[in-house]
Design a protein around this ligand. Structure first.
Ligand code: HPA
Ligand code: ZN
Length: 335
């Protein structure tokens, strides 16, 4: 089964580039930028990565991102993640980035986007990993601040496919961002949002009804409301589920209690993702491996999850078709 998962062609649809920052690279970049970080060793870092909730994690995640200054820093961070994609048979990835985490510290929007997008272009050529970008607004900041970010992004519109919404969910409902999502859609960006990770089902309703999102990041708490589940199925929206993130942030106590199987049984289209792999203890394949074991998933269910990852990606129809064909050949030869 582990071998089946490792070789399985797949896409990753929920990934924060700032969350891929492995301690080794963080030390290296901190050193070359002459920035002090509050850890002296990898062991100290691992000790700090024990979280009790989303906010607990976010505080440490934003601190880690502080060492990213130059275009090369963003390039190295992104390329290093894309190398991991190639190793894991991730054919396609949709990378979220948080411009405000960097522009707030005086780093220019163009530094961030140019570093990330150059790495994506090089990885497409050298590693055969396809990717696209999701610019995520930080929901703990104001809608006005998100508007500034939208404005800054416009000269780079051709490098960005979608807009997202992340950071502290509780107290920052989707309704806070109706206008900026409306404006983003007008500019041609596809809307997605984190909803129902710590927030209740009504946050998922808002994200669908008020922001018009095309995919739900996490979405676990949609299960609180049967009508919502029916609506999500009716609208054919996928959930980007992140098992190891859920246990690391205590959204789910134990992987054995994870609602993934229940989601699939209800007819929801779920995908498996790593969210912030450097912080939550595993890349996407590790997420597949651990959730398979915890819920005793069959090869057919694993195949279904991988198929969803291509089907519900934001790639072109032609690309999706080619990816799914590759997956089907693999599955038929290995089931
Ligand atoms: N939730 C909200 N914001 C985030 C996350 C998450 O899981 N990861 C990075 N930013
Ligand atoms: Zn996330």
């Amino acid at each position: 089964m582990i071998n089946f998962i490792e070789k399985l062609p797949k896409a990753e649809l929920h990934l924060h580039i700032e969350g891929t920052f492995e301690p080794e690279l963080m030390f290296e970049i901190a050193k070359r930028n002459n920035i002090k970080i509050p850890y002296n060793s990898i062991e100290e870092i691992k000790e700090a990565y024990k979280f009790s909730c989303l906010q607990d994690f976010l505080d440490i995640y934003y601190q880690g991102a502080n060492v990213l200054i130059t275009e090369k820093d963003f390039y190295d961070l992104t390329y290093s993640y894309l190398e991991k994609c190639a190793e894991q048979n991730v054919l396609h990835t949709e990378i979220m980035f948080d411009p405000q985490t960097h522009t707030q510290r005086g780093v220019k929007f163009e530094t961030v986007i140019n570093g990330i997008s150059k790495a994506c272009k090089d990885a497409e050529k050298n590693l055969n990993v396809s990717s696209l970008l999701i610019m995520s607004y930080l929901r703990h900041l104001s809608e006005e601040d998100a508007f500034k970010t939208l404005e800054q992004s416009l000269p780079f519109k051709n490098k960005i496919t979608a807009v997202g919404l992340d950071s502290s969910e509780k107290g920052n409902p989707p309704s806070k961002f109706i206008k900026v999502f409306e404006a983003s859609i007008k500019e041609g960006y596809i809307p997605v949002a984190h909803a129902g990770e710590e927030g209740d089902a009504d946050y998922v309703w808002e994200a669908i009804d008020l922001l018009g999102i095309k995919r739900i990041d996490h979405g676990n708490n949609c299960l609180q409301d049967e009508n919502l589940v029916a609506d999500i199925i009716e609208r054919d929206l996928a959930l980007t589920v992140c098992p190891l993130s859920n246990t690391a942030l205590k959204v789910v106590e134990d992987l054995k209690d994870h609602p993934l199987k229940n989601m699939l049984k209800k007819g929801l289209k779920a995908t498996i993702n790593s969210d912030d792999p450097a912080y939550f203890g595993g890349q996407v394949n590790q997420n597949f491996i651990e959730i398979q074991k915890a819920l005793d998933l069959t090869k057919e269910e694993i195949y279904e999850l991988a198929k969803n990852s291509f089907q519900y990606s934001l790639a072109s129809d032609a690309k999706k078709e080619a990816f799914i064909k590759q997956l089907e050949i693999y599955y038929n030869n290995n089931k």
